[in-house]
Design a protein around this ligand. Structure first.
Ligand SMILES: [Fe+2]
Ligand SMILES: [Fe+2]
Length: 392
């Protein structure tokens, strides 16, 4: 690999704040700045990227620290360690600003902000940056529903509640109004206007100005509008992949069929020397990671299929020992874990391996035959391979 790497600043004791630079052949520089977001109960610190292009680009913003506390600890009724409690409200933003300075930039130098996808840990510091600096914002149109909608968080809570209850989850006892009061009153300050919408793959085009060596690709499945950026050429390409590929944690798909198709598409990429994800560590072996993620979802489907010998709700599956590496407490609210079980069960229903029924106001999934998992999985692969299937 001809990409040079240099750590400019190490992480602090809360596990974020690191600044690292990547120098591509030809002189292009990418700076990785890691900002606070909780791990174990969250995805871990968010990696932001600064790319020197015709204009200076910032990829993702992280999450304001006070909102990370509310969303990850308060919403899920989780214990907050004192060192997290002590962090100031704008801690992650300060990490971004000081990280830029450590790398020789200032916030004023940023001209364009690209959002990899519309999850809260990626765009919620955006309005602060835009207000201070008048930067232009770019994101895929399919995630503007979250990024641009002041009430996206509130809407998800309202829509999620009956859905989580149907999955068998112990949903929080506080009212939607209380949640709204505690978290979402700031929504109108957090929604972004997207100036440069992305809707097609190809050279990155920002307001009609085309980049020389950045390609944008739509890779849905983690969210409807997840994008990746491919920078450079030949055998020294850098892939900035948002949450679509992560290491060592595995990304949570919101649409498993789309996600498994995206993994197939990633497999077609050649010459990627290093993949830079939005959380965790860099990926040196892209194809190895894709093989792992495919086998991981196959194992999860098999686990689910076997467990549904007796009818099971998604939450019963999610909180079974060994379903996740980290124990999911069946009494605590963890929407991500419940949804992960649900999407695997849903794909098994599509493949006619599992069937669904409603018992006591909850959905349960069960097997109707003693068919071998391999035969069910062959039909799963047919669904993934057959992209001609109609949306109707
Ligand atoms: Fe995400
Ligand atoms: Fe994320």
């Amino acid at each position: 690999m001809n990409i040079k790497e240099k750590v400019i600043r190490p992480n602090s004791e809360v596990g974020s704040g690191r600044v690292k630079q990547y120098l591509l052949p030809g002189g292009k520089k990418i700076t990785q700045i890691t900002t606070f977001c909780p791990d174990i109960i969250g995805p871990g610190p968010t990696n932001l990227y600064v790319i020197e292009d015709k204009r200076l680009i910032l990829v993702d913003t992280g999450i304001p620290t006070h909102l990370a506390k509310k969303i990850f600890y308060y919403w899920r009724r989780q214990y907050m360690p004192p060192e997290v409690k002590a962090l100031p409200d704008n801690y992650s933003e300060m990490e971004l600003v000081s990280g830029l300075e450590a790398a020789g930039y200032s916030l004023d130098d940023i001209e364009v902000l690209i959002i990899t996808h519309g999850h809260v840990d990626h765009y919620l510091v955006g309005t602060t940056i835009v207000k201070k600096n008048q930067v232009k914002v770019s994101a895929h149109v399919l995630d503007t529903e979250r990024i641009c909608n002041p009430w996206a968080l509130s809407k998800n809570v309202l829509l999620g509640r009956p859905r989580y209850a149907a999955m068998g989850m112990p949903i929080p006892t506080y009212s939607a109004q209380e949640f709204h009061g505690r978290i979402d009153m700031e929504s109108d300050r957090l929604a972004l206007r997207v100036d440069y919408p992305i809707s097609v793959d190809g050279p990155l085009s920002l307001g009609g100005v085309e980049s020389d060596d950045i390609t944008v690709r739509h890779f849905p499945g983690h969210s409807p509008g997840s994008i990746s950026l491919i920078i450079g050429s030949g055998e020294d390409k850098v892939l900035i992949c948002g949450d679509t590929l992560l290491y060592p944690i595995t990304p949570h798909p919101d649409d498993l069929v789309a996600y498994l198709r995206t993994l197939d598409d990633f497999e077609q990429l050649e010459g990627v020397a290093i993949s830079l994800p939005a959380h965790g560590k860099n990926i040196r072996d892209l194809h190895g990671r894709i093989r792992f993620l495919k086998s991981h979802h196959r194992s999860r489907l098999e686990f689910t299929y076997r467990a549904c010998r007796e009818p099971k709700s998604p939450w019963e599956i999610a909180s079974m020992p060994r379903y996740f590496d980290v124990f999911v407490d069946p009494k605590k609210f963890n929407p991500m874990a419940g949804n992960e079980a649900f999407i695997h069960m849903d794909l098994l229903v599509m493949a006619e391996g599992l069937y669904r029924s409603k018992i006591d106001g909850m959905v349960h999934y069960f097997r109707n035959t003693r068919e071998k998992f391999d035969d069910v999985y062959a039909r799963v692969l047919d669904i993934i391979d057959n992209r001609e299937s109609t949306v109707l």
